[in-house]
Design a protein around this ligand. Structure first.
Ligand code: URA
Length: 248
């Protein structure tokens, strides 16, 4: 694509993320390849930063009234793996960064156990603003906010998306399966492999989920390494599992 056309497409996508399909177009603005790689990392970082700037004052739904900070996302703009949670909680709303409360600290420990850090991956949520008292996102909030996540994924162009918990999985996949069933499947989200596992907050609430979650994260680690051309890691066995370091 030539640069002017490229910029026009970019502009239209942004417009769509912000205002929906309100342009008089014969067809929705869906590129041939929905998630397109950028030519270089600087461009990706600049695009992501520009997009954040564009949407950070969002007033599309009522959640903006009570928010302290808009929680865009954190991590590498060129990440090969993106984790998608549900919505900011108290700490995230205060600090403007996803997964920085108790559930976030647990996610950090799990990432460390699979030899990753939050700087190497990208972490964001379905909703960018905190729902009151951490209630479940409303359908209207999800449909207003989802275009933002889609645009983030288009810019980052990861190889693997991991949905953390039922809300993220159900939103991205449009299915009402139990998380127990979904965690064993490999899905495709707009051309990108998607896997599902428990939300770290669920692991804090229910320690019985730690063992299956660790299985999931090992499988995620192995697939991530495979997709990124890294050698496999020797099986660490249960005694060294993240279950120990991540859930104490
Ligand atoms: N739970 C989420 O789903 N996202 C966060 O950012 C924090 C907690």
């Amino acid at each position: 694509m030539s640069p002017p056309v490229d910029h026009a497409v970019c502009y239209l996508r942004r417009h769509q993320a912000l205002y929906g399909d309100q342009l008089s177009l014969d067809q929705p603005i869906t590129p041939d390849k929905p998630l397109r790689a950028h030519e270089n990392v600087d461009e990706q970082a600049a695009s992501l930063a520009a997009f954040e700037e564009e949407i950070r004052e969002c007033r599309k739904c009522t959640l903006e009234a009570a928010r302290t900070k808009f929680v865009f996302g954190v991590g590498s703009p060129e990440a090969d793996m993106v984790f998608v949670g549900e919505a900011p909680g108290y700490e995230e709303d205060r600090q403007g960064e996803p997964f920085v409360g108790k559930a976030g600290k647990l996610l950090d420990r799990i990432l460390a156990a699979i030899q990753l850090s939050r700087r190497e991956v990208y972490i964001c949520n379905i909703l960018k603003c905190r729902p009151p008292n951490n209630r479940d996102p409303l359908a209207a909030e999800v449909s207003q906010c989802l275009p933002y996540l889609k645009e983030q994924l288009r810019i980052i162009h990861p190889k693997l998306v991991v949905a953390l918990g039922r809300v993220a999985a159900k939103t991205l996949l449009g299915v009402e399966e139990s998380l127990k069933n979904m965690r064993q499947q490999v899905y495709n989200y707009e051309g990108v492999e998607l896997r599902v596992t428990y939300h770290t907050a669920a692991l804090l609430r229910n320690p019985a989920l730690k063992a299956p979650a660790w299985e999931d994260f090992q499988a995620i680690r192995d697939r991530y390494r495979e997709l990124t051309g890294q050698p496999p890691i020797e099986s660490q066995g249960k005694s060294q599992s993240a279950g120990k370091s991540t859930t104490s």
